[in-house]
Design a protein around this ligand. Structure first.
Ligand code: ZN
Length: 362
């Protein structure tokens, strides 16, 4: 397992290519009109005129594949995943934050990309292209939505290409904190006869959150944090004993991990949220975790950091949060949460949130 989190594998590079327009526009609907990833590895886009685009690349490793994404102004109506082929694992269209559309090109692991050579070029006022890869003939079948060639407009002078490397960041490098100084109780929700939410394809909350919790324990332990799980197998555990484990052992923080189900099992409802009961520490912990889990769940809505009166966070005496890592009934979230690779990402994100909390509030 530690191999999965080997820092060197996860040196992440992000390139930012910004295209400026002098015309400020307020838009509600997505500026992305059509896109096509052609068999020669060229991604073509059609947008509204004079749109400002931001493009990013993130280097993957054994857990993540390499990933390229573009943010467009305006919000998308239906987040969706389009299955890839050849070097492309999938294309995702989502709304990472309110008022934005994100197109994510997710590559299969261990591919051979040269992102430093990439440039997103404006062809005219509303069309763009970027060559992402070369592949042997017939090894990649074109995918896309809409007509990218429709109504081309002349390139304007303000549409100059600015190719900036904005920052390098270590997305997956877990921060160090003082060792043997902190103690965390992790509470995998439900268990035993209570499976919690049941999702698409019979995905069970109890299984998902137990696996994530065990991974969080492993990662925190490697960072010198003492961790106790309220349960480490399938067993029936009421809420009061979960609370008393934390209260009687003087934990620094309490983190309960859950997954959601929507009423009516609606597949279009996805998203992540983190609850705290009271106090700035609880709120800060919730904010740190929520920010990180969103980062590894592109396209899934941010349902926010909220106050909640759940028994386990209300009755614990230390800063306590309840994290909902996605909707098992949601098409987008369930498809991810059923994969162990995504559970690792979520565990990683929760761990990072906790470590950041300790370095700030510790
Ligand atoms: Zn639950």
């Amino acid at each position: 397992m530690s191999k999965f989190f080997n820092n060197k594998l996860f040196r992440c590079l992000s390139i930012l290519l910004v295209f400026n327009s002098n015309i400020p526009l307020v838009r509600s609907s997505s500026a992305l009109a059509a896109w096509s990833l052609n068999s020669n590895g060229v991604l073509e886009l059609r947008t509204k005129s004079d749109t400002k685009l931001e493009a990013y690349f993130q280097k993957g490793g054994e857990v993540f594949g390499d990933r390229f994404w573009i943010d467009f102004p305006g919000e998308l109506k239906n987040p969706r995943i389009i299955e890839g082929n050849g070097p492309i694992k999938e294309i995702r269209l989502g709304k990472p934050i309110k008022g934005k559309t994100r197109l994510v090109v997710e590559f299969i692991e261990n591919n051979d990309l040269r992102p430093l050579k990439w440039s997103l070029v404006g062809l005219d006022q509303n069309r763009w292209r970027i060559k992402l890869f070369s592949s042997p003939r017939n090894s990649f079948k074109k995918i896309g939505e809409g007509n990218v060639k429709q109504s081309p407009l002349k390139l304007t002078s303000n549409q100059k290409q600015i190719n900036t490397i904005k920052r390098n960041y270590d997305f997956l490098n877990l921060p160090d904190i003082k060792r043997n100084n902190f103690y965390v109780v992790i509470d995998p929700g439900h268990g035993g006869p209570d499976p919690g939410a049941i999702g698409i394809g019979g995905l069970r909350e109890t299984d998902v959150v137990l696996e994530v919790s065990k991974l969080v324990k492993k990662l925190l332990t490697e960072k010198g944090v003492k961790v106790r799980l309220t349960r480490n197998k399938e067993l029936d555990l009421d809420l009061p004993p979960r609370v008393s484990i934390a209260n009687r052992t003087d934990a620094d923080i309490f983190v309960s991990i859950h997954a959601n189900a929507s009423r009516g099992r609606r597949r279009d409802i996805n998203g992540l949220e983190t609850f705290y009961y009271s106090g700035w520490r609880g709120r800060l912990l919730a904010k740190k975790i929520q920010k990180q889990i969103l980062k590894v769940s592109p396209g899934s809505p941010d349902r926010g950091v909220r106050q909640g009166r759940f028994f386990v966070i209300k009755n614990t005496r230390m800063p306590a949060v309840l994290v909902e890592i996605g909707f098992l009934t949601g098409r987008l979230d369930a498809r991810r949460l059923e994969k162990s690779i995504h559970r690792k990402r979520i565990a990683y994100a929760i761990t990072r949130g906790i470590l950041e909390y300790f370095s700030k509030a510790g």
